[in-house]
Design a protein around this ligand. Structure first.
Ligand code: ADP
Ligand code: ASP
Ligand code: MG
Length: 471
């Protein structure tokens, strides 16, 4: 079987972690599987690259980062790659990429302007530094391996910072360049997070995008399974750093995984599932710190025997935009106009809610987009505001808390439990939305209420206990 394994930042965060990642790859090979790897940057590297780009564009470049990054990666190379020639080649690749990074920062400090395209060119460097180390560590365990820049094999749109794969082109390149290596018995390592436009310009898939890369690479190679190695025991019933008694969900469906990722479960980048789902490739989420744990398996069926809510998630750093006015009733087109403006501002609507009185509509967008969107709304709806049809257009910082599960559909009493749990904690629900799929209920609450709301829901649905199959 062909397995695409993805290692996240903490799973390649040190020499010890990279050695462990390589051991996990070769263990699967020893069982007779082929493995292609997708690697993230070492933990913290992407953040430091982004900080450096921002500092450079403000005219104060970080003059020590290149050296610090080189030393961190060299220390790993010294520890995990014994063969002097292989080590020298890896270090030479790393040095070349750091050189490019330094030159880009120098350019930025001259022009004082950080475009999304330049930010991608810089922030995507981390994966290119990690891949030669992971490949070297795999090779050191006796399995031929080499680092492949995804810029050569993952073709994307030119939406810098949130590029989308062009799957046909990607497939052609992956089949031409990566498939033959696998067939020769090698175990290639592809950089996560990045790709390139048809013209070869580097793009990134968005923060946390290496999970998405794994799914794209898996789909393009017709992998049998995709294994996402991270630092927790799979997908849990809530974020374990927020809910200490959260439990691993052994089986979830593609739709549950998508909803969870979309509603903020950082363990999977929110676009990860689609490429795998299209090809029905099972995805496993596993803990590289605890590889014996079976983790979570994502498949078509999930575990349909588990009724009700399976997990609680949250999206932070969002704003609720409210358009209200008693005169909105019956005036056609205000909603359409509002969403047109949001689209023009390239802002993504995460959730919509409209009171049935039509006096008020509200939607949730990323907090950073809010000032821009409110300004544009006020401009375009100026006439409605002057005439008093619309009285107020406002933004308030909020969080979205979501309860998720395929079998919420047809399970009565869920909304009552949700509101009962929040009510008894004194948490005010500002807006609510239930998708017609009935796979989730999402609630808008004030930002400080998010953590208590998540804990209250987790408790109310008894998610700390092993789920019991419904008869
Ligand atoms: P990686 O570097 O491996 O990509 P991330 O930090 O991106 O790892 O994602 C893993 C983290 O996601 C976990 O450490 C955990 O804090 C967080 N997380 C949030 N929600 C969940 C959830 N429902 N299940 C598991 N982990 C979650
Ligand atoms: N290194 C990238 C980031 O930190 C991508 C990833 O790790 O998934 O966002
Ligand atoms: Mg991640």
């Amino acid at each position: 079987m062909l397995i695409v394994m993805k290692f996240g930042g903490t799973s390649v965060g040190s020499a010890e972690r990279i050695a462990q990642a390589a051991a996990l790859v070769t263990a699967a090979r020893d069982k007779g599987h082929h493995v292609a790897t997708v690697t993230s940057a070492m933990s913290g590297v992407t953040n430091s690259l982004i900080d450096a780009a921002q500092a450079a564009s403000k005219g104060s470049p970080d003059t020590t980062l290149r050296q610090r990054l080189f030393e961190r990666h060299k220390a790993v190379a010294d520890a995990v790659i014994q063969d002097a020639t292989v080590r020298a080649t890896a270090l030479e690749q790393i040095d070349r990429r750091l050189d490019r990074f330094e030159k880009l920062c120098y350019g930025l400090s001259m022009v004082h302007e950080l475009t999304p395209r330049l930010l991608d060119a810089i922030s995507g460097t981390g994966e290119m530094l990690a891949a030669p180390l992971v490949a070297g560590a795999i090779a050191a365990r006796g399995c031929p391996s080499s680092a492949i820049d995804a810029t050569e094999v993952v073709v994307t749109t030119d939406q810098f910072g949130a590029a989308e794969p062009l799957m046909d082109d990607t497939r052609t390149k992956m089949q031409a360049h990566v498939r033959p290596l696998i067939e020769r018995g090698e175990s290639p390592v592809v950089t996560g997070f990045i790709g390139a436009t048809v013209d070869g310009v580097l793009t990134t898939l968005g923060r946390g995008g290496s999970d998405y890369s794994a799914s794209i690479v898996g789909a393009a190679l017709d992998a049998d399974e995709i294994w996402i190695w991270t630092d927790v025991d799979g997908v849990l019933s809530a974020n374990p750093s927020e809910v200490p008694d959260a439990r691993t969900l052994p089986e979830i469906s593609y739709s549950e995984a998508s909803e969870l990722a979309y509603y903020g479960a950082k363990v999977l980048h929110y676009k990860t599932i689609l490429p795998a789902f299209r090809k029905r490739i099972p995805v496993r989420i596993l803990n590289s710190f605890n590889p014996a744990h079976p983790g979570t398996r994502v498949s078509v069926e999930g575990d349909p025997s588990i009724p009700g809510v399976k997990a609680v998630t949250s999206i932070r750093g969002v704003s609720l935009i409210t358009i209200s006015g008693t005169g909105m009733q019956g005036i056609p087109g205000i909603v359409a106009k509002a969403f047109e403006i949001v689209a023009e501002q390239q802002s993504n609507v995460l959730m919509i809610s409209q009171a049935s009185s039509e006096n008020n509509m509200c939607f949730v967008i990323t907090a950073g987009d809010a000032p821009r969107v409110v300004k544009a709304l006020r401009g375009t709806l100026e006439l409605e505001l002057t005439r008093g049809h619309v009285e107020e257009i406002s933004a308030q910082p909020v969080a979205v808390v979501a309860a998720i599960g395929d079998r919420m559909r047809g399970t009565p009493g869920i909304a009552a439990t949700v509101f009962g749990a929040l009510g008894s904690e004194g948490i005010n629900v500002i807006a609510i939305s239930q998708g017609s799929s009935e796979r989730n209920i999402s609630l808008v609450v004030a930002e400080p209420d998010a953590a208590p709301a998540i804990r209250a829901l987790h408790r109310a649905f008894r998610l700390d206990r092993a789920a019991v199959a419904a008869k």
